[in-house]
Design a protein around this ligand. Structure first.
Ligand code: C2E
Ligand code: MG
Ligand code: MG
Length: 608
């Protein structure tokens, strides 16, 4: 019984897979059973397949990116022109070899290829790779699994691109952002980072630590009379003396003009902190010989202790600062240093007053929202507003959030405050929509405590209750909330994004995340923190950081908003570097809703 050709080949002669299999099989098992038509059909099928494969190879070559195909254990089966250009190996030199031959020997990521893939169905990594020339470079490698007709994994495709430049920019940002360029010591950001991490460890292991806040005496007159060059050399030498006095494990940072902070991260007894303080005072008391000058400085040191004076770096620093002030001016400063002491009670009482007051504030409707416009640099128009909470205290007047949000965070009251803010902002948005105001995005600030899996449902409920669309709401989150980014956080953010909400990263630059890390999150805008904007455009560091943040964000396709813009010069710098929006006193401070509405109705614009 001769095998018949199929009735419906595809127009180019390719056969449907089932038919092709049937004919191949027959041709292998009993070649003579095929009649002339069947043989012809099979031959055309073969031609069509070959054409298609050549076409695909051509297409792959035309893609500028490098694309590599492999079998499941990493043996290279395809190598396009882009890969030839990137690595310097021709296709015939690469095909048949294992992808591991491109690895840097010091990189261990290659060895577990197979498992990593099959489990996750593909992944993206940043790895070091070696070119034929021997040159090492940073590559981003996106690997995905190819499946055969039965759905079984049959191979891998890798897209590889050279990200060396981006890595270098990131390293530069990091160095700028975490070091004091003058002394090479840690700066404020890096002090916060290191101490916070150390405190987390200390808490687990019930360890104690101390923070020493050092303020120089007589530095300012030296700087003013002998000039900055001499001043800079004094500071550099102080840094050297501090490093020489301390152990490697201690943290030394310069956090302001003549302010240094030392973190003793693991001390057995508090007396150790005073011993270190005395040593530091002695080393600073030695004269400085700079040019022809013999200079004598001194210092006051304030000490706070962990855990009794505070559980985080901010509290400890504030306490050390108060103690420093007392060492400098107070009566009980012992030989230039002082421990933070009893004003703690005062602080606790203050906190308690705020806590009780805040509970009432929610019941008595004393909270209100101010709105601060965000404007587009391109056309100067208002594009939205950030809602900022205020507390109208019956006796104290308008209390800014900086005074009560931290207490609310600590006591858990923040959840009620947040719920109030969410509803108030939605209600306002609804009123504006009803009043025919142009649709604007209102941003609200989220607190870490509400950043949990219940958030999407809470927000959906509020939107539905007030009958407004998700595109009207923007959620501002901070880097800290992403730090322990579990799959759960990523999934929740994806859910929020899918609902149509936009997400902004607030205070960007003060946290620890690298920009490439942020790619995992569906973030629309980055808000450059005010601390980088303040020093624009004259401070070279701030300028480098701000412009690097803008250009990197563009590549990741985030909009960039600059916070705290107060001057035209800052605006001009930001505009020149491609920033999209600004928010700040230069255009408007936060204002009551009626005022914001009036601004929008008058179509008030940024004068660029
Ligand atoms: P943020 O989200 O970074 O808000 C921006 C802050 O910068 C606001 O302070 C704003 O008044 C201030 N600002 C804006 N432009 C300028 C400027 O040109 N110069 C200066 N010097 N400052 C400017 P505000 O309203 O005191 O809020 C402080 C922080 O309190 C906010 O920082 C936010 O983290 C938190 N916050 C405010 N409202 C809420 C809220 O409803 N919920 C939560 N969880 N946090 C809130
Ligand atoms: Mg904000
Ligand atoms: Mg901010």
């Amino acid at each position: 019984m001769p095998v018949k050709p199929p009735i419906h080949p595809y127009p180019d002669g390719e056969l449907p897979p089932v038919e092709a299999d049937r004919l191949w099989q027959a041709a292998i098992e009993a070649p003579t059973s095929l009649d002339a038509d069947a043989v012809r059909a099979l031959a055309r099928h073969g031609q069509a397949l070959a054409r298609r494969i050549r076409g695909q190879a051509l297409m792959l070559d035309r893609i500028r990116e490098s694309v590599i195909t492999m079998d499941l254990v990493g043996f290279i089966t395809g190598w396009n022109k882009g890969a030839e250009q990137l690595f310097g190996y021709r296709a015939d030199e690469a095909i048949g070899r294992n992808i591991l031959f491109l690895c840097d020997e010091n990189d261990a990521d290659g060895n577990t290829l197979e498992d990593a893939f099959l489990e996750h169905g593909g992944r993206e990594m940043e790895v070091r790779r070696r070119k034929k020339s021997g040159e090492l470079f940073w590559a981003s490698m996106l690997l995905s699994v190819v499946h055969d007709d039965d759905g079984d994994p049959s191979g891998l495709i890798g897209h590889i691109s050279d990200i060396t430049e981006r890595k270098q920019t990131e390293e530069r940002i990091y160095a700028l952002a975490y070091h004091d360029p003058l002394t090479g010591l840690a700066n404020r950001a890096s002090l916060f980072k290191v101490v916070d991490q150390a405190l987390a460890v200390a808490q687990r292991n019930a360890m104690s630590g101390a923070l020493l806040f050092i303020d120089l005496n007589r530095f300012k007159p030296i700087n003013d009379t002998l000039g900055h060059t001499v001043g800079d050399r004094v500071l550099t030498e102080i840094a050297e003396r501090l490093l020489a006095t301390l152990r490697d494990e201690d943290v030394v940072a310069r956090i302001g003009g003549d302010e240094f902070v030392v973190g003793l991260l693991d001390i057995a007894r508090t007396e150790h902190a005073s011993i270190v303080a005395q040593k530091i005072l002695a080393s600073i008391a030695e004269p400085f010989f700079i040019d022809d000058h013999e200079l004598r400085l001194g210092a006051a040191i304030g000490i706070s202790l962990y855990p009794q004076d505070g559980s985080d770096i901010e509290a400890l620093l504030a306490a050390a600062d108060i103690a420093m002030y007392r060492a400098k001016h107070g009566s009980d400063g012992v030989e230039g240093y002082a421990f933070y002491a009893d004003n703690m009670n005062e602080r606790t009482a203050h906190r308690l007053r705020i806590e009780t007051g805040l509970r009432h504030a929610i019941e008595r409707d004393e909270l209100l929202l101010y709105y601060q416009p965000k404007v587009a640099i391109s056309d100067g128009r208002i594009v939205g507003a950030e809602a900022l909470v205020r507390w109208r205290h019956p006796e104290r007047g308008l209390v800014p959030p900086g005074e009560f949000i931290p207490v609310a965070e600590e006591t858990g009251l923040i959840l009620q405050v947040s719920e109030w803010v969410l509803h108030a902002a939605c209600a306002q948005s609804r009123r504006w929509a009803d009043g025919g105001l142009a649709p604007l995005k209102i941003a609200i600030n989220l607190s870490a405590r509400e950043f949990n899996p219940r958030l999407p449902a809470r927000i959906a409920a509020a939107l539905a209750h007030h009958g407004i669309g998700a595109e009207r709401l923007d959620l501002e989150i901070t880097e800290g909330m992403l730090m322990n980014s579990t799959e759960q956080v990523i999934a929740m953010m994806a859910e929020l994004a899918a609902m149509g909400l936009s997400l902004s990263l607030d205070d960007f630059g003060t946290g620890y995340s690298s920009l490439s890390y942020l790619r995992r999150f569906p973030i629309d805008s980055l808000k450059i923190d005010r601390s980088f904007v303040i020093d624009l455009p004259h401070d070279a560091n701030a300028g480098a950081i701000a412009s690097a943040i803008v250009s990197m964000s563009k590549r990741l396709q985030h909009r960039v908003v600059a916070e705290g813009v107060e001057t035209r010069a800052q605006l001009e710098f930001l505009e020149a570097h491609g920033c999209d929006e600004i928010q700040g006193y230069f255009f408007s401070p936060p204002v009551p809703p009626e005022e914001f509405e009036a601004m929008v109705r008058q179509d008030r614009r940024l004068q660029t």
